[in-house]
Design a protein around this ligand. Sequence first.
Ligand code: E4P
Length: 228
Amino acid sequence: MKFFLDTGNVEEIRAATELGILDGVTTNPTLMAKEGKPFRDALLEMCALVEIVNGEVVATEAKRMIVEGREIAALHPNIVVKLPMLAESFKAMKVLHAEGIRTNVTLVFSPAQALLAAKAGAYFVSPFLGRVDDIANDGMQVLRDILEVYRPYNFQTQVLAASLRHPMHVVEAAKLGAHIATMPLKVFQQLFKHPLTDRGLQGFLADWEKARAVLGDIVPQETAKAKK
Ligand code: E4P
């Protein structure tokens, strides 16, 4: 499973890349607006950090989407152009795909919509699982249905589980076989945590400290000084 960060904040991406397991980034107009940084500059900075950056159009009419999509894609080879789940986006995709531009159909909430995205040859499809849960429906069931519908046809479209709000969303999406999970930095950081890990480490360090006189140092004092 690939991990994407769902953010418009370049510093968050930089911090997450240091962990060595970040594969890409998703942005959307709301996330970009929150940062208040010029769109193109922010996307370029992101592209220098990760291999996939999803940048979203704001047009809702095909002709304008094509213009915006070309503009965004031309910024950097790492860009994937996000288009909302609208019939107009399908007209735009026909043109953009013919030009070799990769797309991500976003704001997807049903297997029927996801099926259409795959038929159109989208590179990614983004079901928003948390938002389905928000209206008292089952987001994971939507993801399960999408993966089931894709399986017999061997569609190449990768399923990007989006709107993930907590670690169990990520785990459940992984169990179902979603290709990618995109999450806010907070959820990414939560994945590392377990109280037994903290307690276990405290115990290890305390025991080591008690026996330090006998055990010595892993890096001998002299070597440590010489390396400074
Ligand atoms: C994904 O591409 C979207 O930006 C995102 O996951 C939306 O999440 P939200 O429902 O938490 O806003």
